[in-house]
Design a protein around this ligand. Structure first.
Ligand SMILES: [Zn+2]
Length: 437
């Protein structure tokens, strides 16, 4: 399959809607970095692909970190003196400071106030806040809701537990012809937030589903992990296996926003960086390219100096760059099936590029072979039967056993699939031979 084929994947529109349906199904679940929400999420994903679920006990040392106690929550509310729930976890799981310790007591508004979080600039939206490593409790609410609170005595209840348990993550492995791997990672720790990162989960899942049905050169590994502590845990438990990772992408926030954003790996010039740039440059979409920085999603861990893996981050809306980020406005109206479908098509094009990026040796390197007698040459620069003649010349010239098809695409300015189609023709005419890689 080549890149242009990816964009016309049969039923691409349907895939966008299926991804959206999955996001709708996962949206109400209260997730966190540990606990039943992650397990429930993985159970939903297991209806589509046979994800392996790993449970790592609390207290496990993972590099400089320790797997925390497991957090679960059943209910939470603030009731006024009339017994009305003025803040209600059952209405939105964002209302509770994620990882809040249990509490059940009465207090004044003045006492409660330091535990309330709002967004004065967006007075209708509820913020998403966490306190994983500092024991605390709190509620998040819209600023308008906050302004309505009167000087009253309130009943505060957070029916949560923070106990020794497990950190849970999902892993799905698809073996290919080669043991070399492509890694995809997404985070499964956010509660009711659609773009960040249910869209990343949906993309990873549908990509995995699609790749399970096609011939693969590489092996593919998909990680469904809680942010930060999940990637640190996975890297700590799988340190020896990481040398197999030849390319990788963290997938995040891919269901909203009119353009793509790619954040390069720490290396900056890895094949994955070149591949994503080539696909984006030759797709109709607009895009931004960001250099690596040690902030953002799990690329921070994969690109830490002790690993320095070729892992970039593929997004539409970068973290922190859109007003809806980490608020109740990142909801089911914010993500769009058509944008999810486009993200899927571009990801598939990147995968297809990686899987087809080979190095050839020109079998007639002394002067140009006579293309005319092989029916391959009509008018310089013309396109005949879908084959670009100038692309043929670029491939013949640069296929000296060191340049990959992607190198040739970059140097010549052609899209990868133009170069790939031309190379296939030269291969049919025995003018190229694959190098053993
Ligand atoms: Zn986030």
């Amino acid at each position: 399959m080549n890149i242009s084929d990816c964009k016309s994947v049969p039923g691409l529109n349907d895939i966008g809607y299926e991804m959206y349906r999955l996001i709708t199904e996962l949206y109400p679940i209260c997730r966190s970095i540990t606990g039943n929400g992650v397990r429930e999420t993985l159970q939903v994903l297991k209806k589509h692909i046979s994800i392996e679920v790993h449970n790592v006990p609390s207290g496990t040392q993972v590099f400089d970190w320790t797997v925390p106690r497991e957090w679960n929550i059943r209910d939470a509310y603030v009731k006024n003196s009339r017994g009305e729930r003025v803040i209600d976890f059952r209405k939105s799981n964002l209302h509770v400071l994620n990882y809040s310790v249990p509490i059940n007591r009465r207090m004044s508004l003045a006492e409660l106030r330091p535990h309330l979080f709002t967004l004065p600039n967006y007075p209708d939206w509820v913020p998403y806040r966490t306190s994983y490593y500092n024991e605390n409790w709190g509620f998040c609410l819209s600023h308008n809701q906050f302004m309505e609170l009167t000087d009253d005595e309130y009943e505060i209840c957070i029916d949560s537990s923070l106990e020794p348990g497990f950190l849970t993550y999902g892993e799905y492995f698809l073996p290919g012809e080669s043991g070399d791997e492509v890694l995809f990672s997404c985070h499964v720790c956010h509660p009711s937030l659609a773009n960040d990162d249910l869209s990343g989960i949906a993309l990873a899942l549908f990509l995995a589903k699609h790749l399970s049905n096609v011939k693969r050169k590489y092996s593919y590994r998909f990680l469904f992990i809680p942010g930060t502590i999940g990637s640190i845990t996975w890297l700590s438990l799988n340190e020896r296996e990481t040398s197999r990772i030849k390319h990788g992408l963290v997938l995040a926030s891919l269901g909203a926003g009119d353009k793509f954003t790619y954040k390069k790996s720490r290396r900056g010039n890895a094949e994955i960086d070149q591949a994503v740039l080539n696909v984006l440059r030759h797709s109709a979409s607009s895009y931004d390219i960001l250099d690596f920085s040690p902030y953002g999603y799990d690329e921070r861990q994969f690109c830490s100096p002790g690993f320095d893996l070729p892992v970039g981050c593929f997004m539409r809306t970068p973290n922190g760059s859109f007003p809806q980020y980490h608020t109740s406005a990142d909801n089911l109206d914010f993500v769009q099936p058509s944008l999810l479908a486009e993200s899927f098509a571009v990801s598939l094009a990147i995968v297809s590029l990686l899987d087809n990026n080979v190095i050839y040796a020109n079998q007639n390197p002394k002067c140009e072979p006579q293309l005319g007698k092989r029916g391959l040459y009509r008018a310089m620069g013309g396109v005949e039967g879908g084959i670009n003649e100038l692309a043929l010349l670029w491939i013949l010239n640069l296929s000296d056993g060191t340049h990959s098809l992607l190198d040739i695409a970059e140097r010549s300015g052609y899209a990868f699939d133009t170069i790939k189609r031309a190379a296939d023709t030269l291969l049919d005419h025995r003018l190229l031979k694959p190098m053993l890689q």
